[in-house]
Write a protein that binds this ligand. Sequence first.
Ligand code: ARG
Length: 459
Amino acid sequence: MAKLWSGRFQKSTDKKVDDFNSSIRFDKRMYRQDINGSVAHAEMLGRQGIIPHEDSEKIVAELKNILQDIEDGKIEFEIDAEDIHMNIEKILTERIGDAGKRLHTGRSRNDQVALDIRMYLMDEISQIREMLIHALDTLVSLAKEHTETIMPGYTHLQKAQPVTFAHHLMAYFEMFKRDLSRLDDCKKRTNVMPLGSGALAGTTYPLDREYVAERLGFESVTQNSLDGVSDRDFVIELASCLSIIMMHMSRFSEELILWSSHEFSFVEMDDAFSTGSSIMPQKKNPDVAELIRGKTGRVYGHLMGLLTTMKGIPLAYNKDMQEDKEPIFDAVDTVKLCLPVFCDMIATMTVKKDNMLKGSKGGFTNATDVADYLVKKGLPFREAHAVVGRMVFYSIEHDKALDDLTMDEFKEFSNIIEDDIYNAISMETCVNDRKVIGAPAKEIVEQAILSAENFLKTV
Ligand code: ARG
C-alpha cells in the first residue's frame, strides 16, 4: 500500500521498519481527540475560504461517521498507515475522495500529534481529578469516625507522641489536596492549542488559530511554532504529578502493610482486599497495598524515562518524541487503577482501636508531657528534659510506664510533682491539650475536618 508521503520514494519501506516505526498500537487511544481536532481544523479551513465550504462540510460529516464506526468496533487500524493521524485521514479519503485529501491543508502531523496528546491528557487529568476528590472524601469520612481513636505517632519509626487516627488520616488529606492543586496547575499549562505551528515554522495559509482553540475548548494558543511542536513539558509535568500521587498512596500503603502485621495489629484489611498463601494456610496478605507500593516504581520509571527521552533532542520535532506516549499512558492507567482500589481498601479495613490505644501507651509517648508539666510548675525546659530522662531510665529498669509511677516514686525525681500529674500525662490529655493550628486535639481535628468538607464543596 502506498504511504501518504510516498511521492519522493523509489522503494517501499522494509516490513521491519513499518512495524518499528508504527505507533498505531498505542496511539489509537487518541482517536477521539484526533477526530475532534480534525473537525475543528476542517471547519476553520472552510470558514477561512482555504478549502471549499462543501468539502469542509463533507469532511466534518464523514469524520463524525468514522468516530461512530470506531466506537462501534467497525474499524480495524492498519500498521502500514503508521499512526492514528494517518489511519483516520486514509479512511476519510477512501470514503469521500478529493475532499478528504484537503483536510491536511496547513497542518502537519507534528502539530496534530501535539494537539491530540494535549487534549487526551486534559481528559485524563479531569478523570484523575475526580478520583482524587473521591480519595479526599474517603479520608474525611474515615477521619470523622476516629477523632477519639488514640494511636502512637512515630518519628524514626520509634514511638514519639500520641496522636489520633483522624489526625493521621487528615495528614494524607493535606497531601492529596496538594496533589489536586498540582494537577489543576499542570492542566493550565496543557491547555494551550498548538495547531497552526505546522511542521515547525507555521504556515502560509491564513489559519484562524484562535477559532480552532475556542472550538476545542482551549484557553489560549501556543506563541512560538518551534516550541508548539517540540514542547512535551506538560507530559513530564503530568508524569511528575502522577509520581507524587503514587508516592503518597505508597507511603500510606507501606504504613497499612506494617500495621497489618501481627506485631502492630492496628488494622486488618477486609477479606475482599486481601489474599492468601498457596502454602501457608494461616496467611492473610495485604497484597493490594503492596501492589500500590510496587506500581509506584513503574510510574517513577516513566517520569525518568520521559525526562531522558527529551533531554538531548534538538528543536523541533524528532521521532524520539513518539516515545512519550507509552510511558505517559501507562502512568495515567496505573494511577487510575490504583486510586479507586486504594479508596475502597481503606474504607473497608477494620481499625483496631484498642490496639492503637495500647500501642500509644508503651514507649513513653507522654515523656514530653511530663516535661511540659514540670515547666508549667516553674522548671526551665532543659532541666525538666533532664529530670524526665532520668525518670524514663528508672521506668525502663523497673518495667513501668511513666503513668504507672507512684507519687513517692515521682517525688524522688522532683518534689514539685503533685497528684494532678496523672491527669496531665494521660493519653487523652496528651492529645487533647495539643490545640495549636494543625495539632491532634479533638476540637482542632474537628475544625480541620469541617474546613476539609467546605473545601470539598468547592472542587
Ligand atoms: N506518530 C508520531 C508521534 O507520535 C506523529 C508525528 C509524526 N511526525 C512525523 N513527522 N513523522 O510523534
